[in-house]
Each structure stands twice: as C-alpha cells, then as structure tokens.
Design a protein around this ligand. Structure first.
Ligand SMILES: [Zn+2]
Length: 847
C-alpha cells in the first residue's frame, strides 16, 4: 500500500511540545507525498439584405461545428450586453459585443457566410466559428465530409483517387486573438469575411467554390474584453494544446479536427518587423516535416511579399520589413513543443501552419501611455498587415490547392502505413541544414495495461479519454495477449502506431528528448509527456498481435464493493483527491489511515456517487479506523494555473498576496498557506507579520519555486539553503522518493534544490543521480555559475519538516501543477496539504 501520510505519527507529534520535537535529532520519517495522479451552385452575387429577415433565422446554440449541414447555415447569434469597458474600444477596434451584430448582419447580406457557436469561454462568452464558402446543398456538404473522412481514414485510397482534389474544397483556418491583448486578428478577420461575402469579383467566387475559409473570430473573448493575454482563468491558451485544460482550447481542438485544414494562420502581435513562421530549430520530431517545411516556407514567403507590398516603411510608419525566423534567426523561435496552435494543427493534417506576429505594439505599457490617436494609427496598420497575411494564405491555397490536399493525404498515409520517420533531405528548402534535422523512432504500439501492471486505473482512463478527445485511435484488447515477453490482460488499452494521427499519439506518449546539447535557447517549454507525467503506466512495444475493439471512451473505473461495512479509498491520484475532498465537503466523517481514506458504512450512497463521478474504486475497509479528517482550507499566494488546479482538486482556496495580508487577512478559516507567487515576507507590515506568526502556531505552509523558498527563509521556517538552477531549465526529470508510491518522474521549470538541511528537515524527493533530465532543455548558466542538471544530481528536490513553532512545512523545488499539465503529480501536492494540515492539527479533529 502506498503511504500518503502517516497520521499515526502525526498524531503522536501533535502531543509533543515543540521544543521536544526540535531536540529530536532524527525526527520520525514522515511521508506527505503520494503516488499517483465542412451545388456548388453557380456562385456569383451574394443575396441582398432584403431577402432575409433576421428574426426568421434560427437562434444559434452552442453545439459545435456540424459537419454535414449545407451552407449557408444562417443562425442568429445572441447579442452580448454592451460593455463600454471592452479594451478594444480605445484602439478603435471591434469590441466583443460588436462581433455578433456584425456577423448577424453579414449572414443576412450574403449567402456565403455561416456562423456557429463552438463553445464558451471560461467566463461564459460565446466562441464564433465563421465559415465563408459558396453555398452548398446538404448533399454537397455530406460529400465534402465523406471526402474529408476518406482522406483521414483511408489515405492510401484517397491518394490513388485522381478526382478527389477536383471535388474537394480545401479547408483554410484563420485563428485570431488567441492572446486577448493582441487584438487586430479579429478585425482583419471581420474585414476579410465582409470583403469575401460581398465581392462581385469572379476570382472570389472561384476561391469560394474550391475552398472553405474558417475564421475563429476571437479565440479568447475574455482576454479581448479584459485587455489581457490570458483567458478568464488566467491561462495562456496558446500553451494549452497538449493539456486542453481550458474550454477555449478544447473548442479550437474540436474545430481543427472537424475542419481538418490544409493551411492555418494564428494571428498574434507584436513583433516589428512582422514575424512570419516557419521557425528556427529545434523542429518537432513527430511532424512529416518535409511536407510541412516545403509548404510553410512557401506560404511564409508569400505572406512576406503581401505584407511588404502594403508599402509601410520604417521611416514613414515605423514598420520594419518582415522577418522569417527559419531564414533570419539561429534559434529561440522553435516549433518543438506542440502547445501552440500552428504546432498542434499539423498533427490533424495541416501542411502549412504559421504564427504571424503583426508589427506595432499597442499592448501594455503602450496601451496606457500612448495617445489614443497613435494607438489607433498602429492598430489600423496592424489590421492591414493581418489582413494581408490572410489574403496571401487563401491565394496560396487556391494556387496550390491540389498539392496541399495531396500532402495532407500523404501525412495520414505515412502514419497509417506505419512508415519509419522520414529524414528530411538537406536543402529541401534553401537553408535547411543539419541543424534542422530532428527525427524520432515510432514504436509498434503503446500499451496502457489493465490489471496489476497498471499503477492507476483511474489515471489510465483519464489518459485514454484524452487521447480519444484528440482523435487518436485507441483500442481495447478483447483477450490477453503477449508482447515483448510480457502478457497483457484483456481490457488493456492499445495505441497502434499504424494510424493516421500517429504523430500526435507519439508526441504525447514518447518520453521526449533532452535537447540541451543541440540548442542554445528555447522559446518555451521543451519537455512534456503524458506517459511519464499523467500517472498511468504506458509501455512501448515492438510487436502487436492482439484481438482488439475500438474505444470511444475509457471503461468505467469507479466501483463500490457489495460487502457491507466501512469503505476504503486509496488516495494516489488527482481523481481520488477530488473524491475525498467532495466527501469532506459534504461533512462526511472520513478518517485517514496511512494514505487511505476510510468512509463510514453510513456514507455508502455518497461513496457510490463519487465513485461514479470521478471513477474511483473503493475497497472494503475491514477493521481499519484512522484519524478524523476535515476539509483542508488553503490560502494561496500562487500563479493562476496553480489556483485553477487546487480548485479542480476540490480544495477550498482563498487567493492571498502581500497586499491582502497587509490589509488585515483573517486567518481563522485557513489551515495551510501555499506560497509560490505574489507574497513577500519582507514587504509585510508589522500587523500582518504578527497575524502570520499566530497562524503558524496552528497552520502549515507549502512553498514552490523561488518566491516560496524566499518566504521560507524570511519567515524562519525550515533550515535549508535554496540553490537555483538555470532559470530557463525545464522539462521532465527523473526523481527518487522516500515514498515508493510516488511517481518516478516530475516536472521542473526554473528548478531549485535544497542543501544545508537542518535536523528537522526530511528529504521527500531527490533529483536522480543520472540525468536527471529525461526530456527538455537544461544547461548550466552561460556565466559559468553552474545551475545545470549535473549540479542537481542527487540533490533534494522536495523537503518537509516542522519548524520550531510546530508549523508543518513542505518546500517544492519542482513544479507539480505547471499549467495544469502533469496530472500524475497533482496528488503529491494534495498529499503535502493533507499532511501539513494534519500534523498541525488544523484539519484533524479529536476522535
Ligand atoms: Zn501572441
């Protein structure tokens, strides 16, 4: 059995006066951590406004993109309330509440425009997907969908079909405003939609007869309204594609899968001169990069020509010439992690995908400091530049229509055939050298075992559902099978790498690679792994002979035994944490016994409900008893992703900061303080320090990162010296834990370790002596001051202890809740919270 926290020991400590605990040179070993967690009519002129009465249009409901209805799909978008505070207004741009009326009007004026609501933002705003195409009968639309499916599911036959490209409308996807304070992609999209909708130019009619243009008009309406990069939950949506923690990212993912674009442009700001991808190395190893770079570079050059042809100059307008990182830079703007829109879409068949950074800065501090006229001048130019990029792209697709479709088919064909990764020939485009070559080796399959070979059935189900949501094919073994000298039981999941979207499957399930030796600087993260960080056992295998059936959803994992009596829940995964916190919130008298929650027989119905809701499995508790447990109330000075994760886990969380504490924070409803951001002990006023001291007599503290470690020292908590690794270092690391129930891997960003540990301090987790980096980028600092992974070997990554006041403290040098990604690590944080709270008695009531 995995030990989560030893409440027996904790209870014993409770009875001990603090000095005695201090005097003990070898405090009892305490575990806080835990384990796992898309007729062609004679096109022509658009209908006139008089032809349609808006009130006769069906009201749009959020249902997602329909693949089989004809076009146009006139819908009447509900109108959001006017918001005079919308940040777009100052720039002379369209505020969020102005988009729906505009799109309703365009749907009335033109039979080329259709709008669907594909989801809602975190703060509840509708997300609009606009399709611009010549009208299609339902039969024509169904035919398009059949071709799309054939391209994906039977690419070898599609490749042989000489008539396919002539029949198929190439999908083009424009993604705008994913960063809320990079506004003008939206305005350029609306302008382009109107021009295409109302144009009488035969070239436009021809364009819309052979292609469909999709516009995600604002991918991040919360951010647009609020004038910030992130969505309403504080998440950068253009980092969320591997995780899809946010509703906007899930809506984009679904829209990309449903539309299967051959080309995609993601509109950003601000880089002067306009930055247009393709990127520098390193290049993602799971793409069919020969197809990708050829098309992406060609369209990049086309966009460059279109933007430069606008005639804006450095002297007259402050607009520098276009830059293309692949051509113009060595490193620092890469396509390694599949967390960005143009780096995610290629796994769904996009063969030309670009970030475009429009030139003139209008976000903070310019937004606040520049005169309104100057801001509006800049935004008007930015809108022109974004519109030029979009225009170049649809011109490119029109010109290269058949080839782009053929290349998309080829991506899926290679995957389905299980061909080895193709090494890209040097010079395939000018400047493509050895430094651009990244390859991977695909295993025959990945197995996610059932039964005792699986460390967490709940985590396995979560991973399978995530893969399926990403359109990765997962199968379930109907009977036991052997592979690689092992027998896998019936019910084991199999991800056959002979599948059209094998690149996406592999980029999630392979460990990744340590690219530190090859690259000087990275733009963002360099490591991720759903296999190593999501709590489930995943095994690559080199042979596959199994009777399988397709999986649409993971099999239910929740259960409650029939035997009467108390129930036990081993708490080793985020889902189990959520279930336990749900039971605690209901006031159920749960007790805690060595990492296992004991639920009384009287709460059987509540146990059944959480077993169903979270997929957790209860077992008979037998005679186990344990120590009473109460909800752990957390005051958190933390980053937005951590707040989101703590709440997702079901902890009651109150955000705090230096300012909140200085204003006289009431600590009476807090059991544990979590510190990683926005709290400086040195900046606390005397009253706030006094109140904190009083809290520390009965409460616990969990810290993460440099801010947390600084707080530890300033507050005089644990005796430990914090050593900072290279602040750019990040990725998946191998770790060794005191509790063998904990995962063997963790995640770091700006890693820390702890030396000079006092006798009250216990090492809970260390960086492995080999590596420790498994996947990512982690070099020593350039100035010779160390901080590389070599210096971290064997060093303490997570420590715990009780300070002289009795406060139970845990220091994290790792980052277990980073962007809500490493789901298998969340329970380690929960374990720390339960432990800290229990030891100090805050959440444990006397039996
Ligand atoms: Zn951006």
């Amino acid at each position: 059995m995995r030990r989560l926290l030893a409440v027996t020991v904790a209870a014993a400590l409770l009875a001990m006066p603090a000095p005695a605990a201090l005097a003990d040179p070898a405090p009892p070993a305490r575990d806080f951590g835990n384990g796992p967690e898309r007729n062609e009519v004679a096109a022509g002129v658009p209908e006139q406004a008089a032809a349609l009465d808006a009130r006769a249009m069906p009201e749009a409901q959020p249902y997602g993109h329909s693949r089989e209805r004809g076009y146009p799909r006139r819908t009447r978008l509900p109108l959001p309330p006017e918001n005079p505070a919308d940040s777009s207004i100052k720039l002379g741009l369209v505020p969020y509440h102005g988009i729906a009326p505009k799109l309703n009007e365009l749907q009335q004026r033109s039979n080329r425009v259709s709008v669907e609501i594909i989801g809602r933002s975190y703060q509840g705003r509708d997300l609009y997907l606009v399709t611009v195409t010549e009208p299609e009968s339902e039969a024509r639309a169904r035919e398009q969908e059949r071709i799309r499916e054939r391209i994906e599911h039977d690419p070898a036959a599609a490749a042989r079909d000489r008539w396919l490209a002539a029949q198929y409308k190439a999908p083009i996807f424009i993604n705008a405003n994913i960063h809320g304070n990079e506004w003008e992609g939206t305005d350029a999209s609306l302008r382009t939609i109107e021009q295409l909708a109302t144009s009488k130019d035969p070239a436009v009619a021809s364009l819309l007869a052979r292609n469909r243009l999709y516009f995600n008009v604002t991918a991040n309406p919360d951010g647009r309204v609020n004038g910030v990069r992130q969505n309403g939950a504080g998440f950068d949506l253009n980092r969320d594609f591997v995780t899809a923690s946010q509703p906007e990212a899930r809506a984009m993912r679904q829209a990309i899968m449903d539309t299967q674009p051959v080309a995609l442009v993601d509109l950003h700001g601000y880089v002067n001169g306009t930055l247009i991808e393709p990127t520098t190395p390193p290049h993602g190893a799971n793409y069919e990069y020969d197809l990708f770079i050829t098309n992406t570079y060609a369209n990049g050059l086309g966009m460059e020509a279109a933007v430069n042809a606008l005639g804006y100059t450095p002297e007259k307008d402050g607009v520098e010439p276009v830059q293309i990182p692949f051509r113009d830079s060595t490193d620092g703007w890469d396509d390694w992690p599949p967390i960005f829109t143009p780096q995610y879409a290629p796994f769904h068949g996009t063969v030309a995908a670009h970030t475009v950074e429009i030139p003139l800065d209008v976000n903070e501090p310019a937004y606040s400091n520049e005169p309104v006229e100057e801001l509006r001048r800049r935004s008007a130019i930015n809108t022109d530049v974004a519109a030029a990029a979009v225009r170049a792209t649809y011109g490119f697709v029109q010109a290269r229509h058949d080839r782009l479709i053929a290349d998309q088919i080829e991506v899926f064909r290679r995957g389905a055939a299980g061909e080895p990764a193709k090494e890209v020939p040097l010079g395939i485009v000018p400047g493509f050298g050895p430094e651009d070559v990244y390859t991977t080796t695909f295993p025959r399959a990945y197995v996610i075992p059932a039964g005792s070979g699986q460390r967490s059935a709940t985590a396995a189900a979560r991973l399978v559902d995530h893969l399926v949501a990403n359109d990765v094919r997962v199968e379930r073994a109907r009977s036991a099978f052997r592979s690689g000298g092992r027998t896998y039981p019936a019910g084991s999941y199999v991800v056959d790498m002979r599948q059209p979207k094998r690149g996406l499957a592999n980029v999630m399930l392979e460990p990744g690679a340590d690219i530190s030796p090859r690259v000087g600087a990275m733009y963002d993260i360099s490591g991720w792994s759903h296999a190593l960080l999501w709590g489930a056992t995943v095994e690559p295998v080199e042979s596959l002979r199994a009777r399988t059936e397709p999986v649409r959803a993971a099999a239910p994992t929740g259960s409650v035994p029939r035997t009467p009596g108390a129930l036990a829940l081993e708490v080793g995964d985020a889902k189990e944490v959520r279930a336990l916190n749900d039971l605690l919130a209901q006031g159920i008298a749960v007790t805690w016994d060595d990492g296992t929650a004991i639920v009384p027989a009287t709460a059987r119905q509540a146990a059944r409900t959480v077993a169903d809701r979270y997929g957790v499995a209860f077992t008979p508790a037998g005679t186990a008893t344990g120590t009473p447990l109460a909800p752990v109330r957390v005051a958190a000075a933390a980053s937005a992703d951590e707040l989101f994760t703590l709440r997702e886990l079901g902890f009651p969380v109150t955000p705090v900061s230096t300012a909140v504490l200085n204003a006289g924070f009431d600590w009476s409803a807090t059991d544990v303080l979590y510190v990683s951001s926005g709290l400086s002990h040195a900046a606390l006023n005397p009253a706030a320090r006094t109140a904190l001291e009083a809290f520390l007599a009965t409460g616990g503290v969990i810290t993460r990162g440099r801010t947390g470690a600084t707080f530890n020292t300033a507050a005089g908590l644990l005796t430990a010296t914090t050593v900072a690794g290279n602040a750019d270092g990040n990725g998946v690391v191998r770790v060794v834990s005191a509790d063998d129930g904990l995962p063997g891997h963790s995640f770091v960003y700006s890693p820390l370790w702890f030396t000079g540990l006092g006798p009250e301090v216990t090492v809970e987790q260390s960086y492995a002596a080999d590596g420790p980096l498994v996947a990512g980028h982690w070099r020593p600092r350039e100035d010779g001051s160390g901080g590389g992974q070599e210096q971290a070997r064997g060093q303490a990554a997570v420590v715990s202890g009780r300070d002289e006041r009795g406060a139970a403290v845990v220091l994290f040098g790792t980052e277990p809740m980073f962007r809500n990604h490493p789901k298998g690590l969340f329970a380690q944080v929960a374990g720390a919270l339960y432990w800290s709270s229990s030891v100090t008695g805050a959440a444990v009531t006397t039996p």
